[in-house]
Design a protein around this ligand. Structure first.
Ligand code: ME8
Length: 520
């Protein structure tokens, strides 16, 4: 459709050395919710995720399993597609860095950087952490009591000496600082922005961008001894997916990306290296990079060696897909670190989804089924109390848009809950069950006001809890073509007399099994 504003959003592409866990699910979920929100709001959305399949880390994992790297990546990449299906992610594309289209984009970008004189051949001598796929300077390392040195992230490091191409990153410091200053929304949240600025101010060194001691990567054009540094390769995925090196078509429409969503661990690559590569190639840098926080499990760092990795599929199995989606975005101010616990999960799912929203809808719809002939009730004269609730509900979208544009998911959900709680207080105050005998017309109006409020909430909850919101809208007899944000507000209000299906509960409660001593 023409005339729609484009919106391009990306997740990191995940290493295929391991199975997906809650952290991967979290980042992609945040993007999915924004992508769905923007689609419902009339944007032409491209939502990209995928897998990062080259580099030493993946090569080593394949070797440890005794499989060729390509066969290994085929297998493990599928786990990320399965996760996307299990979490109900609505990505428009799934990129793998082993695809032909990506090889072409990487080599074109490389050639362009050579043409611009931004890359030169020399030799690298220094530390490398395979786990982070990152180079570290001596003074960044942390010496352990037993004398071994570790990267600041705790990753083991090895000494590397090899011929290498370098990108002239040192020349980009001032231009990057100017770019951050001119684009104050480029790095979010603010605390992370300050971190990046002080890193750049401390002085940038040229960056090694090729390796010669292993083979699993994109060959450097014209020099077969070298493969490209996996981060140059990986970051390029964001332009591969919009057709680069062709700069017409999708590239012209979607680039620069509106948002790269990343975890705080990889902010430097996205907010320093990536815009520098792009500016050096005379391509536009992305509009925004948001670095979210880190999940722990019952207070502990998630790690394979501790054995406390949270499998998103197991969470979905225990609590339900929409419940997990809701919890992850509701529990923690987006940007902060968060802790997963069974107790917190159950509190949110039972207290907010089952009680506040589920019960509200169920109570109202059962009353309508029993007392209004299973039709949308007739709407009479509205009182000040009715108006107040409706205005709050009809005005929600205006409050949500700026919150979603700042990726303040928890605030957006809280804003919705202000209305849900107000609706619950209104039911208690208006007591439609008592009006049934004394003033049935007034009862009908009260139930109409409540149904209309639930309609607003259900439409707005579609990005976060898509299946449950759809069920609610089915029960309100809202047609499929009246569920976008254009249907919000008084203009799209429920039409009295419309037939309604039989009401059903939407958000089940979590019931603890007896003797579940191991859980929270
Ligand atoms: O870094 N809490 O891939 P990766 C929250 N291939 N988020 C977490 C998390 C946790 N405990 N653990 C992981 C790479 N994540 C590169 C990216 S992009 C061009 C290349 C999420 O598989 C978070 O988004 O190590 C983090 O940035 C990402 O997974 C790292 O995924």
């Amino acid at each position: 459709m023409s005339g729609q504003t484009p919106f391009y959003i990306t997740t990191p592409i995940y290493y295929v050395n391991d199975k997906p866990h809650i952290g991967h699910a979290y980042t992609t979920l945040a993007c999915d919710v924004l992508a769905r929100f923007k689609r419902l709001d009339g944007f032409d959305v491209k939502f990209l995720t995928g897998t990062d399949e080259h580099g030493q880390k993946v090569e080593k994992s394949a070797a440890a399993k005794g499989i060729a790297p390509k066969a290994f990546t085929d297998e493990v990449s599928q786990n990320f597609r399965d996760l996307a299906a299990a979490m109900n992610f609505s990505n428009d594309d799934f990129i793998r860095t082993t695809e032909e289209r990506h090889l072409a984009a990487c080599q074109a970008l490389w050639n362009r950087l050579i043409e611009k004189g931004e890359i030169y051949l020399d030799a690298y001598k220094g530390w490398y952490a395979v786990r982070d796929e990152a180079f570290y300077a001596e003074d960044e390392l942390v010496t352990q009591p037993d004398g071994t040195k570790l990267a600041p992230t705790g990753a083991p490091v090895e000494w590397v000496e090899e011929p290498s191409y370098f990108f002239k990153l040192s020349a980009w410091g001032d231009r990057l600082l100017k770019f951050y200053e001119d684009n104050p929304g480029f790095i979010a949240p603010d605390s992370r922005r300050n971190e990046v600025i002080s890193f750049v101010k401390s002085g940038l060194q040229d960056l090694s961008v090729s390796r010669t001691t292993f083979k699993w990567g994109v060959p450097v054009p014209g020099d077969d001894d070298h493969i490209m540094y996996v981060w140059l390769d990986a970051l390029t995925n964001y332009i591969t997916a919009v057709g680069y090196p062709d700069q017409g078509g999708e590239y012209a429409k979607f680039w620069p990306a509106d948002l790269h969503m990343v975890g705080k661990d990889i902010l430097r690559f996205h907010a320093v290296f990536w815009p520098a590569f792009l500016m050096a190639a005379e391509l536009a840098p992305p509009k925004r990079v948001f670095a979210h926080g880190w999940w722990t499990n019952e207070g502990q760092k998630i790690s394979k060696s501790v054995g406390n990795v949270i499998d998103p599929l197991a969470l979905i199995e225990s609590y339900g897909r929409d419940q997990v989606r809701y919890f992850l975005l509701r529990e923690v101010p987006f940007g902060n670190d968060g802790d997963f616990s069974h107790r917190a999960m159950v509190n949110r799912m039972n207290g907010e989804l089952a009680n506040d929203l589920g019960n509200l809808a169920q109570r109202v719809l059962s009353m309508v089924a029993k007392n209004c002939g299973a039709q949308v009730p007739a709407r009479g004269e509205l009182t000040a109390d009715d108006r107040e609730l409706l205005d709050a509900a009809w005005g929600l979208i205006g409050r949500l848009r700026p919150l979603m544009d700042r990726q303040a998911f928890h605030e957006a959900l809280e804003a919705i809950w202000v209305v849900v709680r107000a609706a619950n207080a209104y039911v208690d105050r208006q007591a439609p069950w008592a009006l049934r005998k004394t003033d049935p017309d007034r009862m009908a109006t009260v139930l109409w006001v409540l149904m209309e409020t639930v309609r607003q909430v259900a439409i707005l909850m579609q990005p976060v809890t898509p299946e449950s919101a759809a069920k609610m809208l089915d029960q309100l007899a809202v047609p499929a073509d009246a569920r976008a944000f254009t249907a919000l507000g008084e203009g799209g209000a429920l039409v009295p007399g419309t037939d309604l299906p039989k009401p059903q509960g939407v958000f089940p409660r979590f019931v603890e099994e007896e003797n579940q001593e191991t859980k929270g």
